[in-house]
Write a protein that binds this ligand. Structure first.
Ligand SMILES: [Zn+2]
Length: 687
């Protein structure tokens, strides 16, 4: 398929000129309108007359000299001449004054107003000019690259990067708040209007990414991706590890760990640049006054554009060390030391924002790929790659919009995507793969398959690999799982609306539900609605209800006959909670809202959290999570279950830790590994 550059230009123009510019002008119209006042028009056009009364000499009719014939009304933003009868809006006033005519006259007037009456400088002075400049930019790039791939012209963007910053600060803040509280802005917005049901909207990937970049720039002055690359280029830490890999790598320990934990051989591990960082090597680094990096395996992630290492995902190898995060994503040392509230000084790391990259993309991007495997864990992608599959890893369980953009950019929307997320007990990986599939679908991907391991064998490919210890056998299983894959298709809008109407789930939650289960859950919800009013229920009660979906009507009746307290205690006998986590595809860092709190907890399991919430507020729960050992947490929870009177402060160590985990948690990106007990995934929680 050899597209000529003309068809690329036509396609780009039909999008940017056909849709985007008008959308943009609509978006900035309030700003333009606000900036148009009688005073400004008078100054700009040198109008004579009685400004104090909003009256002027009419500039339109011939021989006008009456200083009051033309009236201007700032409230209505319109003008009227008593003598010649000419009237219209302020924008039309500009249109007439500038002699703007033609098909785009109204929008051309907006552009003129934006350039001359607001602080915006659009860089073009009409729709036609915008189109011409766009064409010029495409041709300029074509002359440099000779590329005939449409995707190589995606990022050409004539509209101001500071799109949103030009708006009033309050609007910006509002926008940011929406970004934080609503997982998918577009979906939420489309439903905050008065539409009766739920409609799964198609989303424009280019627009979404542009908004994302604009958002980054407002908050940070630079896009997250550019910042990550900049950090990497100046990183002392990456320099340390790339220049002294041989000295810093404890190869024997790496061999042992990779073999035991992942069944990955040392040659493969070294090929991907993995480093086992032992405490004894710390003195060789630029800074050696930090705590968090010892006894971790460093998985380097490369920039898809340049191939340079942009950050490390560091996996702790010693699972018995409490209070240390299982994963750290880092890109550099902080130059400044931090002092926590206990007066202890320590060195933190510059976090690595993994959601702007895909592990192994740089290695794959030149390849013609029919099927792309996508895993949560980096080790899983390495294992699959070593067996000949084309695999990338998200480095986490959330697929970000930026990662979707990268998949589209390098492989197109026709590529078959095998979402191979963890098959964990809490169904988190599987729920997130559904959410990822919905998001991909909204952006126009149609070949999406959801694949999972046999749970009994292991939650992911490396777990299975360790069990089997035979790659040929493993390959048979992988091929089998692929054959059994679920070809994703979204639930119908009717079903999604019905699901929403049951009141059991929020708008974002329904997109975590496997479409194959939707009908069953709807009928469950509708049946339950006969007995219960969900509006009066607490978050925990609703969460529990969602778990009961597999119960029959008569069983539900028995349950409902119990008092609320007893009803909640059903929880005690049921350890796993297959509730769906509130989740954001656009926002990589976890927020601190209550609905999200379990995502940020490290030591406390989900079941434990349920009990802790009965007694303590989130602040204390976080403190417990940060400062108590696994044993102490179990003891606290035991007291709650047995309804004992006790003082929680007896269990919280006083000024013992060398650093505040809280401050590290807030600045460093931590992963949940699709598992609610990330630190102790290999250790069973004692109840
Ligand atoms: Zn007139």
């Amino acid at each position: 398929m050899n597209r000529s550059i003309d068809s690329i230009i036509a396609k780009k123009v039909s999008h940017d000129v056909g849709i985007l510019i008008f959308q943009y002008l609509n978006d900035i119209e309030p700003l333009i309108q606000q900036s148009l006042t009688a005073a400004k028009l008078k100054d700009f056009y040198g109008l004579k007359g009685k400004y104090s009364k909003g009256r002027f000499v009419c500039p339109f009719h011939h021989g006008a000299d009456n200083p009051t014939s033309l009236s201007m009304n700032d409230n209505k933003r319109c003008f009227h001449c008593n003598a010649c009868g000419k009237s219209g809006t302020y924008l039309e006033f500009i249109m007439y004054m500038q002699n703007i005519s033609g098909r785009n006259s109204y929008n051309d007037a907006k552009i003129f107003a934006a350039n001359h009456f607001t602080k915006l400088n659009l860089g073009f002075n009409s729709i036609a000019d915008f189109e011409q400049k766009l064409k010029d930019k495409i041709l300029e790039r074509y002359r440099k690259t000779n590329s005939l791939r449409y995707t190589d012209y995606y990022d050409i963007w004539l509209l101001p990067e500071r799109y949103f910053s030009s708006k009033e600060q309050s609007q910006v803040r509002q926008y940011q708040e929406e970004q934080q509280t609503k997982p998918s802005l577009e979906v939420s917005l489309s439903n905050s209007t008065n539409k009766p049901g739920f409609i799964l909207e198609s989303l424009d990937l280019e627009m979404t990414i542009r908004h994302l970049k604009a958002q980054n720039i407002i908050v940070n002055g630079i896009t997250d991706y550019d910042e990550a690359v900049q950090f990497a280029k100046n990183s002392k830490l990456i320099k340390d590890f790339t220049q002294n890999a041989d000295k810093l790598n404890s190869v024997d320990k790496l061999t042992d760990y990779m073999s035991k934990k992942y069944n990955i051989d040392i040659d493969t591990a070294l090929k991907y640049g993995l480093i086992y960082f032992d405490k004894s090597s710390q003195h060789q680094l630029y800074y050696s006054d930090f705590f968090m990096l010892n006894n971790r395996v460093l998985f380097p992630v490369r920039d898809h554009e340049t191939g340079i290492i942009v950050g490390y995902q560091c996996r702790r190898t010693d699972l018995s060390a409490p209070r240390h995060y299982k994963y750290l994503n880092i890109t550099d040392y902080q130059d400044n030391l931090i002092t926590n509230e206990n007066g202890t000084t320590y060195r933190d790391f510059v976090p690595f924002k993994v959601g702007n990259f895909l592990f192994n993309l740089y290695e794959l991007k030149g390849k013609c790929i029919n099927t792309l495997w996508i895993t949560e864990g980096i080790a899983d992608a390495i294992k699959l790659s070593s067996m000949g599959y084309d695999a990338v890893s998200l480095g986490q369980a959330n697929l970000t919009d930026y990662q979707i953009y990268l998949i589209d950019k390098y492989f197109g929307k026709d590529v078959t995507l095998n979402l191979f997320f963890d098959n964990d007990d809490n169904k988190i990986g599987q729920n997130k793969s559904i959410a990822a599939a919905y998001r991909l679908w909204q952006f126009g991907f149609r070949n999406i398959r959801i694949i999972n391991t046999f749970k009994e064998m292991g939650k992911d490919i490396t777990d299975c690999s360790v069990k089997l210890h035979d790659d040929d056998m493993l390959r048979l299983f992988i091929n089998h799982w692929e054959k059994q894959a679920y070809s994703f298709a979204p639930a119908s809008n009717e079903d999604l609306s019905a699901l929403l109407k049951t009141g059991l789930y929020s708008e974002s939650e329904i997109l975590f539900i496997d479409p194959r289960d939707v009908e069953r859950i709807i009928s469950f919800g509708e049946m339950l609605n006969k007995y219960l009013d969900f509006k009066n229920m607490t978050y925990q009660q609703l969460k529990l209800l969602k778990k009961l979906c597999s119960f029959k009507e008569d069983e539900i009746k028995i349950l409902l006959s119990l008092s609320t307290k007893d009803f909640l205690d059903v929880q005690n006998t049921n350890e796993t909670e297959a509730a769906i986590k509130e989740n954001s595809n656009t926002n990589i860092d976890s927020t601190q809202e209550e609905g999200n709190v379990e995502g940020s907890l490290i030591n406390i399991s989900k079941a434990q959290l349920f009990h802790l919430k009965k007694r303590f507020d989130i602040g204390i729960i976080k403190k417990i999570d940060n400062e108590c050992s696994k044993k102490q947490i179990a003891a606290i929870v035991g007291n709650i279950i047995r309804n004992k009177d006790f003082d929680v402060w007896d269990y919280i160590p006083k000024n013992e830790s060398h650093y505040s985990s809280t401050s590290i948690a807030s600045s460093t990106n931590i992963l949940d590994d699709g598992n609610f007990t990330p630190v102790y995934d290999d250790v069973s929680i004692p109840f």
